[in-house]
Design a protein around this ligand. Structure first.
Ligand SMILES: O=C(O)c1cc(C(=O)O)c2c(n1)C(=O)C(=O)c1cc(C(=O)O)[nH]c1-2
Length: 265
């Protein structure tokens, strides 16, 4: 069937999912600062800087997820979504038989990662190393989740489509390049590989169901780009604060690479 001029047909589910996945080309896995970290070129100072700044993202995630839940009237969705808060905040539940089940959660695992890199718990949790632009970028994500329809906030979490790869990259390269970081410190990355896959299943199902017309589907791609830009801007800011070296590109290309990839177009 031919669409009338100026009217684009909606993509089917497979095509729409492929369009979302194609956005992976602008994921921060390609940012020079991340390339430096994951190819063993970073100094201990740069690794510590990254971990301390990323902590601000880690503590914002469950706040963001609580915002999604507060806007969502669908009980089934909330029953699934609450798992994300438990993953990050941890929990301690005592059953009627008196047995207690406990999980420290991802934020605590991140602090342990920081300690394994040589930071103190205090300098991680008091946020002294967090750059202004990392703060603004992360806050933009939380604010979006507070104000947007919950399905749009769900869509914005879909950068997680690309996250298992970046966690696996760290697990594959850090032990070899940074043997001074105790292996137990990398547990956060091990946990996230399967957690992110499960998150994505739910987030993708909501997104594919909700954004139906071509116009809505284009909107979903814009939302995903907004979130990719948040992650990219965090890396720009860390690159400026801590520097980048050892990545195979000259300064002009580096800047061009940032704007071309960061814009994702
Ligand atoms: O290390 C990373 O590169 C990375 C990226 C992302 C992401 O793509 O948003 C997340 C995480 N990690 C992560 O650990 C995590 O728990 C997480 C939750 C979310 C989200 O948007 O709800 N993204 C991410």
């Amino acid at each position: 069937m031919n669409a009338p001029a100026g009217f684009a047909l909606a993509w089917n589910r497979e095509e729409f999912e492929a369009q979302l996945r194609a956005k992976g080309r602008a994921y921060h896995i390609h940012h020079p600062f991340n390339v430096m970290l994951n190819t063993g070129k970073a100094t201990p100072e740069q690794i510590r800087g990254w971990v301390a700044n990323r902590f601000y993202y880690q503590i914002a995630i469950p706040v963001k997820d609580a915002a999604v839940m507060s806007n969502c009237p669908d009980r089934d969705i909330r029953r699934g979504w609450i798992q994300r808060m438990l993953d990050h905040d941890g929990f301690e539940l005592t059953g009627s038989d008196g047995q207690t089940v406990k999980d420290e959660g991802g934020i605590e695992a991140w602090i342990r990662l920081g300690i394994a890199t040589g930071l103190t718990r205090e300098e991680i949790t008091d946020l002294r190393h967090v750059t202004p632009a990392v703060r603004f970028s992360v806050d933009a994500y939380v604010n979006f989740a507070r104000r947007a329809p919950w399905q749009e906030a769900v869509c914005s979490s879909l950068t997680e489509l690309f996250a298992p790869e970046i966690h696996k990259q760290r697990l594959a390269t850090w032990p070899e390049h940074y043997p001074w970081i105790e292996s137990a410190g990398l547990q956060y990355f091990r946990n996230r590989v399967s957690q992110a896959r499960r998150d994505v299943e739910q987030g993708l199902a909501v997104t594919l169901d909700y954004f139906r017309t071509r116009e809505q589907q284009e909107r979903a791609l814009e939302i995903l780009q907004f979130k990719l830009d948040i992650l990219w801007a965090m890396n720009d800011s860390m690159a400026l604060r801590y520097g980048v070296q050892g990545v195979d590109c000259d300064q002009a290309l580096f800047r061009e690479g940032i704007s071309a990839l960061g814009a994702g177009r």
